[in-house]
Write a protein that binds this ligand. Sequence first.
Ligand SMILES: [Zn+2]
Length: 178
Amino acid sequence: MNEPSNSNILNGSALVLNANYAPLTICSLKRAICLVFVDKVDILEQKEQFVHSPSFAMRIPSVIKLKSYLRYNSIEVILTRRNILLRDNHECAYCGKKSGLLTIDHIIPRERGGQNTWENLITACSSCNLMKSNRTPEEAGLALRKRPLKPNRIHYFQQFVNDHTSDWRPYLFMESYS
Ligand SMILES: [Zn+2]
């Protein structure tokens, strides 16, 4: 089996925890390796693979923790189109369709005072969006499959866990520490 090249391995990302283990952000592996080099972080989880250069080899960090506590006040997930799609699992909130063009729908239409908020914006397929038009779901005869809520930060990070980042799970309360 061929070793993947450095450049492939380094396409992944690392979970960054604050000094108190609160999930803080997700960064590129290159950034994570830099943070290890400047001694800003401790490595909590690492991959089997190594990253090599002519002068060093190190195992690739997967979960890192800041050595000193970072004060921050942006504990809220930023309201963006991408984050709404993530929250809604890329599913139409009305019919559950996952394929095709997905749009962002204002539940209460903007023309009628609907705001740009987590509670008023949902993922909708283009046909549901077109059918709903400038009406409320009730008026259009559409039912929301679930009430849209503001995601919390932990929930936000959980969306990025996949087969390559399964060692993040204990740090995001997705399973017990072993
Ligand atoms: Zn739909």
